[in-house]
Design a protein around this ligand. Structure first.
Ligand SMILES: CC(=O)SCCNC(=O)CCNC(=O)[C@H](O)C(C)(C)COP(=O)(O)OP(=O)(O)OC[C@H]1O[C@@H](n2cnc3c(N)ncnc32)[C@H](O)[C@@H]1OP(=O)(O)O
Ligand SMILES: O=C([O-])CC(=O)C(=O)O
Length: 453
């Protein structure tokens, strides 16, 4: 389908340049006219686009009236993420279901509420009859995020109340989508692996008595087996990826599309489309691919100076995808640290030991230290740059033998909880369409008749 005729190719080469030349806006105008692209302005304040009770991200504190960068902090519904993770770990329980309840309903569930909620999620874990055969396995793609978007939009046609945006109905839809997203992603992967890679096809049903993390591994593995450590690490990954304020690209997309009055299926499809971008959730795939490229191009990966040279090449667009980025590094809000990467690191180390991948862990640690320095040397830095949540997540998933194609979908299986909470919050509080301004920098022109062009 991407093949082109010579005429088409000539046209595209010519007209792509015309598009570029006519799209280009003088860089200085953005500063001169005070355009604020989110937080990307010199003072780092950006635009305040909304209010939320769902989570809070802190990367600076006021000391003697001055804003000073601090270690990153993340709170879900007011609770520090460190304490939340510590809480369910200490009880020896899985956290996905408990933290989903917290994010959706604003309160930590007691035992009875959590038991009921687990039952509700388990009840929602079914797809319409023959949906896997007729939708998920059709036109299989390596891009499981697209498979998810397709599947979610098709699910709408099985819902008599697809466009009902009452609280009760949206909550029902959100719970159902949270429950079935892992099935759609894993089955989509198995379909691709079977029809495209010629491997065996497995469709394992989820077990209503298992946690979300256990079910993902159970559905993925040919023999349905997993270790306790594997399931716990995946559970923590899900909890850490669930929510990150209203301003991250995919959650802001959720707010924007919700504010137009659109339905839940369309909103989640839009959020998925945002998340897959390599500067957002798609970075976890890029990190692992970048590391593979590094291994191919650096003779001695234990030599800091050789690794540093490769990182500089990345920034000079001379290595890997030539985009000038070190993936897994940097964040729109955090500067000194991303607390999710910090929490993750401790578990990654444990898993790396269990999987005999200590050497890989050392390489990741080395890059975590080197990259911020190299970026600071080569770019204009407004605040510090550090490893973000995506830096270690791809490494974790590879140690769990999760295929690359499912890395960003796993992020989506978690973040759909945050998107749901934000959709409900937007519907509750604001009945006004989100519509920022774009200032025109085009002068008015006099119309030219066809024969004079
Ligand atoms: C779940 C998530 O979405 S976490 C983010 C996942 N994304 C990635 O890991 C991709 C790599 N990182 C990035 O592209 C960026 O750091 C972003 C998109 C996350 C944040 O971007 P910004 O808000 O522009 O960050 P910040 O203000 O700190 O950037 C300052 C400068 O450092 C550069 N910079 C920041 N991170 C990186 C990086 N990883 N590699 C190279 N340069 C970087 C920016 O391009 C900018 O330079 P410029 O003004 O010349 O363009
Ligand atoms: O907050 C952001 O811009 C990106 C991010 O870390 C997330 O969505 O988890």
């Amino acid at each position: 389908m991407s093949e082109t005729t010579t005429q088409m190719q000539d046209f595209l080469t010519r007209q792509a340049k015309v598009c570029h030349d006519n799209c280009e806006i003088e860089k200085d105008l953005y500063k001169e006219l005070g355009v604020k692209r989110g937080l990307r302005d010199v003072d780092g304040v950006g635009v305040l686009a909304g209010l939320t009770n769902i989570s809070c991200i802190q990367s600076s504190e006021m000391i003697n009236g001055e804003k000073v960068p601090c270690e990153g902090k993340l709170f879900y519904r007011g609770y520090n993420i460190y304490e939340l993770v510590d809480g369910f770990m200490k009880r020896g329980e899985f956290g996905f279901e408990e933290i989903t309840y917290l994010l959706l309903f604003g309160k930590l569930p007691d035992e009875k509420q959590l038991k009921e909620f687990r039952e509700i999620l388990a009840q929602s874990m079914t797809l319409p009859k023959n949906f896997t055969r007729d939708v998920i396995l059709k036109a299989p793609s390596k891009d499981i995020m697209n498979t998810l978007t397709k599947s979610i939009l098709t699910l709408a046609s099985y819902d008599d109340k697809a466009s009902d945006i009452s609280m009760e109905n949206v909550l029902r839809q959100c719970l159902m989508l949270i429950s079935v997203l892992p099935m759609m992603a894993v089955y989509g992967y198995h379909g691709y692996n079977h029809y495209v890679n010629d491997d065996s096809l497995y469709i394992h049903r989820p077990d209503p008595n298992c946690s979300m993390a256990e079910n993902i591994l159970r559905m993925l593995r040919p023999d349905k087996s997993y270790t306790e450590l594997e399931a716990r690490v995946l559970d923590i990954a899900l909890v850490l990826h669930m929510e990150h304020g209203g301003g991250n690209n995919s959650t802001f997309t959720t707010h924007v599309v919700t504010s137009s009055g659109s339905d839940t299926y369309s909103v989640i499809a839009a959020a998925l489309s945002s998340l897959k971008g390599p500067k957002h959730g798609g970075a976890n795939i890029k990190v692992v691919e970048m590391m593979q490229d590094l291994r191919k191009n650096v003779d001695d990966i234990s030599d800091e100076s050789q690794v540093e040279e490769y990182l500089r090449k990345l920034l000079h667009k001379e290595a890997f995808d030539q985009k000038g980025l070190i993936y897994g590094m940097g964040h729109a809000v955090y500067s000194i640290s991303d607390p999710r990467a910090q929490i993750f690191k401790a578990f990654v180390k444990k898993l790396a030991l269990a999987k005999e991948r200590e050497k890989d862990f050392e390489l990741y640690s080395m890059i975590e230290t080197l990259a911020p320095k190299v970026i600071a040397d080569e770019r204009k830095i407004y605040k510090g740059v550090s490893a973000n949540v995506d830096f270690y997540s791809g490494f974790v998933y590879s140690m769990l033998d999760i295929p690359l194609e499912l890395f960003t979908p796993i992020f989506a299986m978690a973040r759909i909880v945050g998107w749901s909470a934000h959709r409900l919050e937007e519907l509750t509080n604001v009945d006004k369409i989100i519509r920022p301004a774009y200032q025109s920098v085009q002068d008015e022109k006099e119309y030219i008749e066809m024969e004079d062009r």
